[in-house]
Design a protein around this ligand. Structure first.
Ligand code: FA5
Length: 340
């Protein structure tokens, strides 16, 4: 084969092999094979010395042209794959911090309260969110005909019996009777949990919100125990005195019953959409446990008495963090949640 044919074949082979590369592996070897000091091209150039003088300029030009073409082809493919050498790693660069979550504001307040009540000897209990009419109403002295049922309309689900349907619980109070049945008296318990109501929403009303029930049953429990516990709760969570007002309140499962309101901490009492421009927020209804509830729980009302409260946990979190719309709590909006 003449040198001219050899050079042309060399060009074809080199370009063909380069084309077949799928990634940068093998690129360096191929470069040595064709362009290396002892590579095929170097051998072709060396062979120029042996050709007759008049052929040399033409073949020399061809050899240079092949060299240029092959070098260019290598340069192009290196650009495509990178040159096969991994970029150096700078171990001194700061790392990428992992994203960290945190407690939802309602859960943060709940955890604090659990801690506080545990320190006062309370159990922390749980109850079913899908409840029976019996525990949600009947056992709390709210029979089917009672108008108090209308104040807590809810979502009923298929199943249960005609007079004891399943529903999404409207409050945490059903756990009062469940706890008495399970543990008897004396008892001190709190029950934080999610509750549901079928009602129009606004800045202070949601269809899904959190409450925390409290129940103390023992011998000779009176309103003074109730008030002292409410004070401990409020100073524990706000870390300062907050202005409260106690009014009579009606709930069929307590007697006497009270509404404990706190001065709105979102507006400082001047009036806003959270306190419906009254300056006060309904937060802590409470009272002495009705004898019928004790009986449903299997506890003798002649021997024991008790108090109960139903804290609006979502509203407490709003007061604590000055949140001006309850609907933000379940919005799932990270711009809101990341502020806590
Ligand atoms: C009750 O649910 C009674 N079970 C409370 C109770 C327990 C009274 C034990 C006596 C003894 P009420 O419907 O008022 O009561 O709700 C209690 C608290 O939940 C309210 O003070 C309020 O803070 C909160 N709340 C009520 N409805 C909503 C709502 N739609 N959205 C957000 N919070 C609400």
């Amino acid at each position: 084969m003449s040198l001219k044919e050899e050079l042309e074949q060399l060009r074809q082979r080199a370009l063909h092999e380069l084309k077949g590369l799928k990634d940068s592996s093998g690129l360096a070897e191929l470069e040595v094979k064709y362009l290396g000091r002892k590579g095929e091209l170097a051998r072709g150039l060396k062979a120029l010395q042996d050709v007759v003088a008049e052929e040399r300029p033409r073949l020399g030009e061809l050899a240079n042209q092949v060299k240029r073409e092959v070098e260019e082809a290598f340069a192009t493919i290196k650009q495509k794959f990178g040159n096969g050498t991994p970029a150096p790693i700078d171990v001194t660069l700061p790392g990428i911090p992992p994203l960290r979550g945190h407690l939802h504001p309602v859960l943060a307040v709940q955890r604090e309260l659990e801690e506080l009540f545990r320190s006062m000897g309370f159990m922390v209990l749980d109850g079913p969110e899908l409840e029976s009419e019996f525990y949600n109403f009947e056992a709390l002295n709210i029979p089917a005909w009672h108008p108090a049922r209308d104040t807590q309309d809810t979502f009923y689900v298929k199943g249960g019996e005609p007079k004891n349907r399943w529903l999404l619980r409207t409050h945490t109070s059903p756990v009062q009777v469940r706890a008495l049945q399970d543990y008897g008296a004396p008892i001190r318990a709190i029950v934080p949990g999610r509750v549901f109501r079928y009602e129009a929403t606004d800045a202070s009303h949601e269809t899904t919100f959190w409450q925390m029930e409290g129940l103390v049953v023992d011998k000779d429990i009176s309103v003074s125990h109730l008030i002292a516990t409410m004070k401990a709760l409020l100073t524990g969570i706000f870390k300062r005195e907050v202005e409260v007002r106690l009014r009579p309140g009606y709930f069929p499962f307590v007697e006497p019953g009270f509404e404990l309101d706190i001065k709105c901490l979102v507006c400082g009492g001047t009036g806003c959409s959270v306190c419906k421009h009254s300056g006060w927020v309904e937060l802590l209804p409470c009272g002495l446990v009705h004898p019928k509830v004790l009986e449903y729980g299997g506890v003798n009302p002649k021997e024991y008495s008790g108090f109960a409260f139903g804290l609006g946990l979502s509203r407490l979190a709003m007061m604590r963090y000055k949140i001006d719309d309850i609907r933000l709590l379940l919005s799932g909006d990270l711009r809101f949640l990341e502020q806590f």
